[in-house]
Design a protein around this ligand. Structure first.
Ligand SMILES: CC(C)(COP(=O)(O)OP(=O)(O)OC[C@H]1O[C@@H](n2cnc3c(N)ncnc32)[C@H](O)[C@@H]1OP(=O)(O)O)[C@@H](O)C(=O)NCCC(=O)NCCS
Length: 332
């Protein structure tokens, strides 16, 4: 039996303590594991801390006293980032397509959050990357609210049978080495240079400044913002004297069997010399040593050069999802 709309309530997420959402988060974690081979439990732990501190802006969908869906965002100054939306399917239903109950619940939650954010005078920009949800699913809902939508690909490379490859010969002033904590600030400068006029800096405005890139890096490296950072699967090409970086790959562990590359970039002055290919190959060797069976990464569909590189290196498309961006346009 389906619940009628009258049985459904949408309430501020901050009314709820973590244990009430636990069954919902556990159900979501199993979809992350199945679809992306991603252990979502560490994200669940982080989310539960925020929920317990009543710090997470968003909404919960309640049916007969039970939380069956949620959406949340985080604020970064004048930007809001929609972190996730998820709802349980109806009874005896497990599909996630347009016709499913889960989908209509998620759309309802998203629309509530849009209404809140689009009427918050301090919010000048909204970003969202709903990695779990297939590309196209929510695109009309985002577009209808004034967002631009960019398709992104989730690529996976099986590691079995991969062999290590020789290093590229570098000029004497450059060294190829493992990541160090002191690389954070030079890495932020590199990211800012590498993503100038790049589609990804339309999707994530942190890439547009050194300060923003440092925030991005801190989130990945220090706060496990995208899996558990794996220093031993992360490499740089650095100038021996200035310590500035010419290239960088960052790896994380997203499950027992899966590594994920959270960043790959090469300074414009050092491109097309095989640096990215070399770093990808080294990351493969490291993750193999760590016992991983595959590596994944995400790439924007418009980033044709990078996609060519990844396909050439043996990555395959396993999933696609949407990134969406809304910008405040001042009225004259
Ligand atoms: C994508 C990027 C990392 C490639 O770095 P790179 O060191 O220049 O790449 P490589 O020299 O190892 O390229 C290896 C192969 O990839 C492909 N490739 C790389 N860049 C390409 C481009 N701009 N256009 C077409 N093919 C490209 C080519 O097949 C190339 O082989 P070739 O040079 O023999 O033709 C670099 O352009 C970059 O930093 N871009 C901005 C940041 C970015 O998009 N990162 C990826 C985010 S997912």
């Amino acid at each position: 039996m389906q619940a009628s709309d009258a049985d459904i309530e949408i309430l501020d997420l901050r009314h709820f303590a973590a244990p009430v959402l636990r069954p919902l988060l556990d159900a979501e974690a199993s979809i992350w594991a199945e679809r992306l081979h991603w252990d979502y439990r560490s994200s669940v732990r982080l989310l539960m801390q925020y929920l317990d501190n009543r710090m997470l802006p968003g909404y919960a969908l309640i049916e007969s006293g039970r939380v069956i869906g949620y959406v949340f965002c985080v604020y970064e100054d004048t930007k809001a980032v929609i972190g996730d939306v998820f709802a349980l399917p109806g009874a005896q239903e497990n599909d996630t397509g347009l016709a499913s109950t889960a989908y209509s619940r998620e759309v309802t939650l998203l629309r509530h959050l849009f209404e809140l954010l689009l009427n918050s005078p301090h919010v000048e920009r909204i970003e969202s990357q709903l990695l779990l949800h297939p590309s196209g699913l929510f695109a009309p809902v985002f577009r209808e609210a004034g967002f631009e939508v960019y398709r992104r690909l989730f690529l996976v490379q099986p590691l079995e049978g991969r062999r290590s490859q020789p290093l590229v010969e570098l000029p004497p002033h450059l060294e190829f080495r493992a990541w160090r904590d002191t690389d954070l600030a030079p890495a932020a400068r590199l990211i800012c240079e590498a993503y100038r006029n790049h589609p990804d800096s339309s999707i994530n405005d942190q890439y547009r400044s050194v300060h923003g890139s440092l925030r991005f890096l801190n989130n990945i490296v220090r706060y496990a913002g995208c899996g558990a950072f794996a220093a031993q699967g992360s490499y740089v090409v650095a100038d021996r004297v200035s310590r500035e970086l010419a290239a960088l790959v960052l790896g994380s562990r997203v499950s027992e069997r899966s590594g994920h590359l959270t960043q790959v970039c090469v300074h414009p002055a050092f491109r097309r010399r095989g640096l990215a290919r070399m770093m990808l190959a080294q990351a493969v060797s490291s993750f193999l040593r760590m016992g991983a069976a595959e590596i994944s990464l995400t790439v924007t569909e418009a980033n044709a050069g990078a996609i060519r590189l990844y396909y050439d290196e043996g990555y395959q498309r396993a999933h696609s999802f949407d990134a969406a961006v809304w910008r405040h346009t001042p009225t004259a």
